[in-house]
Unconditional design. Structure first.
Length: 213
């Protein structure tokens, strides 16, 4: 009987010791905080999602794969930049009307700075034009949509602009003719929300400039 009480007492002490080691504090949530994105992951559903719907030079740009449309036509090098003020580098906007000589906008997938084939074809035509017009430089603007943190979108816009710059340099455009700037989410092309808006704001905008001689 004494042995039974002794074993029971030892079991009780062990049970209390184990219970005492358990913390009443809820376990820490070890899930990482999601990074800010320029649009939600749902935009990637179905491969490219809605990426190519209504993009690739739509919106009155008159530009498609394998053709240069009408941009730059009728404008000789001497007429470019007339009436425009120069920046600190002596560059003037080649098209003071704001139409950027009709150069196409390059669009990107969700949270990506990768150039897809349809957009690379636009850059091929821009590279050909620039190689034929050595007086033209290019300021490449990187943009995101309105969501996510300023810091994240500014960095993403910079990566997008640099992707365009690297591609053009690879096509023979001298790097000193290329400059980049990121506006992050500060300058949306379209205000609002939803995929039809977001896909138009994930972009790289080429702004042709007439370089100082």
């Amino acid at each position: 009987m004494r042995k039974f009480y002794l074993v029971s007492a030892l079991c009780l002490v062990t049970l209390l010791a184990v219970s005492g080691c358990k913390s009443t504090t809820p376990p820490e949530d070890l899930q990482p905080v999601p990074e800010a994105r320029d649009e939600p992951p749902a935009a990637m559903n179905g491969g490219n999602g809605g990426y190519n719907n209504g993009l690739g030079g739509s919106g009155g740009e008159g530009f498609g794969p394998g053709q240069t449309g009408s941009w730059g036509k009728g404008a000789g090098d001497d007429s470019l930049g007339k009436g425009a003020g120069s920046d600190a580098n002596g560059w003037t906007e080649a098209d003071p009307s704001g139409n950027r000589l009709g150069m196409p906008i390059v669009y990107f997938k969700y949270d990506s700075d990768e150039l897809v084939a349809s957009e690379a074809q636009k850059l091929d035509a821009i590279a050909d034009y620039m190689n034929d017009h050595q007086i033209i430089g290019l300021v490449i603007e990187g943009h995101c949509d309105q969501r996510g943190t300023d810091e994240y979108n500014r960095a993403l816009g910079e990566r997008r602009a640099n992707a365009v710059r690297a591609y053009l340099a690879g096509r023979g455009v001298a790097d000193n003719r290329l400059r980049t700037v990121s506006y992050g989410k500060d300058k949306p092309a379209v205000e609002g929300s939803g995929e039809e808006v977001w896909k138009k704001n994930r972009r790289g905008v080429p702004v042709p400039m007439k370089m100082g001689r």
